[in-house]
Design a protein around this ligand. Sequence first.
Ligand SMILES: [Zn+2]
Length: 170
Amino acid sequence: MENKLDIKQLVADAIAKFRKGHATKTFSQRQPELGKMLNCKVCSRRHRSSIICKQVFTTIINRGPDEREVPERHAAQTRKGINGSQMFAKKRIKPHHSHARLLLVQMTQDLFPKYFSWNIFKTPQEAMHAARGEAQAILSRKARKLRNSVVQQQHRSRQINAGLIGGGIQ
Ligand SMILES: [Zn+2]
């Protein structure tokens, strides 16, 4: 068979190729398991890339005469440490009550006994949810009514100002 692989020739070719490449390769290319030399930013020494230095963060405690650095295990377990300070930047710690929210709370409290007395809800929370739903519906109906009357008054005023209808003090 003429296309039978000549193993000896293949091995000889591979060895020749390896020798040729080996002579021109750098140390790290000949020893890939050691890796390249690098200036390590973590330990500020010069070593091979196979050595991986782990970054250890420190935090300064006791600013002043007793100042010292300790390894940081985790951020402070405060709301800023957990959620990030941006969430709380330029915001009131205790926000002012909103008038609309207060009305909703008040109306929910007024409606709660009615829903709770029905005994169809498994928990008081469910009764409270239902009461809040009705309170929201009532309040949004009221707000819509007020808004409509304002829009109507505005329309009338503009007609009067344009001289289309009579009005005001004659
Ligand atoms: Zn290092």
